[in-house]
Write a protein that binds this ligand. Sequence first.
Ligand code: PXL
Length: 297
Amino acid sequence: MGKNIGSHRIMGDKRILTVQDISCVGQCSLTVALPILSAAGLETAILPSAVLSTHTTGFTGYTCRDLTEDIPGIIAHWQREKITFDAIYTGYLSSVRQIGLVKEMFTKLRRDDFVSIVDPAMADGGSLYPAFDPDFVSEMRSLIAEADIILPNITEACFLTGTACREAYDEDYIDGLMKALRNIGAKTVVLTGVSYDSNSTGVAVLEGERPSYYRHARCARDSHGTGDVFSSAFAGAYLRGKRVCEAAGIAADFTLRCMENTENDPAHWYGVKFESVLPYYIDRLRGTEGENQWKNK
Ligand code: PXL
């Protein structure tokens, strides 16, 4: 029998599990989450949902091996070894059954004060990613119902709540989307890519009763993989003890810098160059001051 790595913890050490795919090339999902969570100082365990040669947006002819079949054995082994986590953070999942297995992980692999963070990575720009269908959306709806914190973009929020996607919207529409997500069961909603004018964008948060909004500059060029950068940076900051709004502000500022670091490199269309911006992220985790102001209602 192996050594029990679930006990003998030093106070303050946190272990997080992140479940999402390995896109071997493309700077998204696990190739982004693992370095960012490690930079946050967290012991990071990974469970790959699938292995793809690249991500599925912009590349053609990519390979994909779904790893759903391996997951029950991995959960059972971790249970035998008494391996548990302070948090599970999920991103791109690759089958309906896998979503059910994530729910199992939430109950079987939790420590005291456990937090579940779900990025329902399945859609952007008004459409679902190529691999997904309505059955996947309805299973994802049942996963966010059990989550402590969810991190959808507006398209994902629309699919999850059955709301028509709009090009133009106002605060009432955004607040309505967040309330609808809460009615499904998610405890705290962090909604990304919320932009009320052409120069700025931001993050809307519904925690407790009052929505709040963090506005920041908008990068001229949209980039792929920024949702994963944001969610990973958020999870890292939150597990490092930042409050939800603080963690969302740090993640938004970091993501914007990663986009700015990439926007003048047209050959780099498939992801953001986040690596050289990690020192900025680490500095922000040490401090407490945000760069922009939160607006509370
Ligand atoms: O960044 C989200 C993402 C993650 N993983 C894969 C993807 C995408 C978005 O397209 O295709 C495989």
